[in-house]
Design a protein around this ligand. Structure first.
Ligand code: TYM
Length: 329
């Protein structure tokens, strides 16, 4: 049995990238393993949300998570800020995280570009907090998308460094995990980059079928037909990548052949893609509405989750304090 941790920032609605990059893998693992799934609401403070938005976002993301099929009866589902032990481990790990390595992190460099007026220390130490989230439960598997691979690499390094510094074999070095082995990146519909929460290029699990059809039809493709035998352009390949995860293999094969014969009609491909996306999202969307209106259920889930997560986290903190040399008088 593995210990599995996965998290998501509470900064916007869940999209197909979150679902196929992380959540779907978690769903496959939750029954057989010791699984922790949490909402990273401390992490969301790096972008300075307003107090009223903070709570609403946590609630929304929690409802969407549960609607995907995460079962709080078998997995521990919790809100990060309900487990303050994480912040103690974050502080302790910060003492062995070096500014140089943090400054070289790709996500930090991206953030500097995106929010030049708010380059706070929380952004710099974001990977340390993420490492604390994971190793607080001494996890060995972390289902994530490709964009988190570097953070996981740093988590392994911080875990190893702690073990070496204190001469212990305490923290496992956790692996980023995907059932298909390679971590995946779901591209956006705008022809470049990954699907994101705020990039305006995403399909959200809460989108209605009408919204999904509209977004997919507008997705960037080539203007003319394909030249027979030519490889798909990047925007077209992006649509194939999404198709690979939502459609039947025979559908993908059909449109691939149409493309390589140079007779593909992108309008037809997009219509099919939209319907296949709807097949995945529609049952989730229906459950989101049900769950988000059930306040008593949500309150019970987070209270039970916090209790279970704190039991695991406080055990680690107790042992870590001892290893570091904090002793009772
Ligand atoms: P976040 O909130 O950006 O994304 C949550 C999960 O969704 C994956 N993901 C994608 N996968 C494939 N294609 C995409 N276009 C795509 N977009 C997002 C992410 O890889 C991630 O697995 N730092 C994390 C949150 C976090 C965390 C953790 C995750 C905090 N602590 C501990 C795991 C373990 C983040 O910002 O993910």
């Amino acid at each position: 049995m593995e210990t599995v941790v996965s998290g998501i920032r509470s900064t916007g609605n869940l999209h197909l990238g979150n679902y196929f990059g992380a959540i779907r893998n978690f769903l496959k693992m939750q029954k057989e393993n010791n699984c922790f799934f949490f909402i990273a609401d401390y992490h969301s403070l790096t972008t300075h949300p307003k107090p009223a938005d903070l709570h609403a976002n946590i609630r929304q993301v929690l409802s969407e998570y549960l609607a995907c099929g995460i079962d709080p009866e078998v997995a521990t589902v919790y809100v990060q800020s309900d487990v303050p032990e994480v912040t103690e481990l974050y502080l302790l790990l910060n003492m062995n995280a070096y500014v140089g390595e943090l400054e070289r992190t790709v996500s930090f460099k991206e953030k500097i570009r995106k929010q030049p007026d708010n380059i706070n220390a929380g952004l710099l130490t974001y990977p340390v907090l993420m490492a604390a989230d994971i190793i607080i439960h001494r996890a060995n598997k972390v289902p994530v998308g490709q964009d988190q691979a570097q953070h996981l690499e740093m988590t392994r390094r911080f875990a190893r460094r702690f073990n070496t510094m204190y001469g212990v074999e305490y923290f496992p070095e956790p692996d980023a995990y995907n059932f298909g082995r390679k971590l995946i990146k779901i591209p956006g519909l705008d022809g470049s980059g990954k699907m994101g929460k705020s990039e305006g290029n995403g399909i959200f699990l809460a989108d209605t079928p009408g919204e999904i059809r509209k977004k997919v039809i507008r997705a960037v493709t080539d203007t003319g037909p394909a030249t027979p035998g030519e490889k798909p352009s990047v925007p077209v390949q992006n649509l194939f990548t999404i198709m690979n995860v939502v459609s039947d293999p025979s559908t993908v094969k059909y449109f691939r052949e149409q493309h390589s014969l140079g007779v593909i009609r992108y309008g037809d491909m997009k219509k099919q893609l939209a319907e296949d996306i709807i097949k995945v999202t529609e049952p989730v969307r229906e459950r989101i509405n049900q769950i988000s209106s059930d306040s008593a259920y949500l309150a019970r889930v987070v209270a039970e989750g916090a209790e279970k997560a704190r039991a695991s986290a406080s055990r680690t903190i107790r042992e870590v304090r001892e290893i570091i040399g904090y002793r009772p008088f």
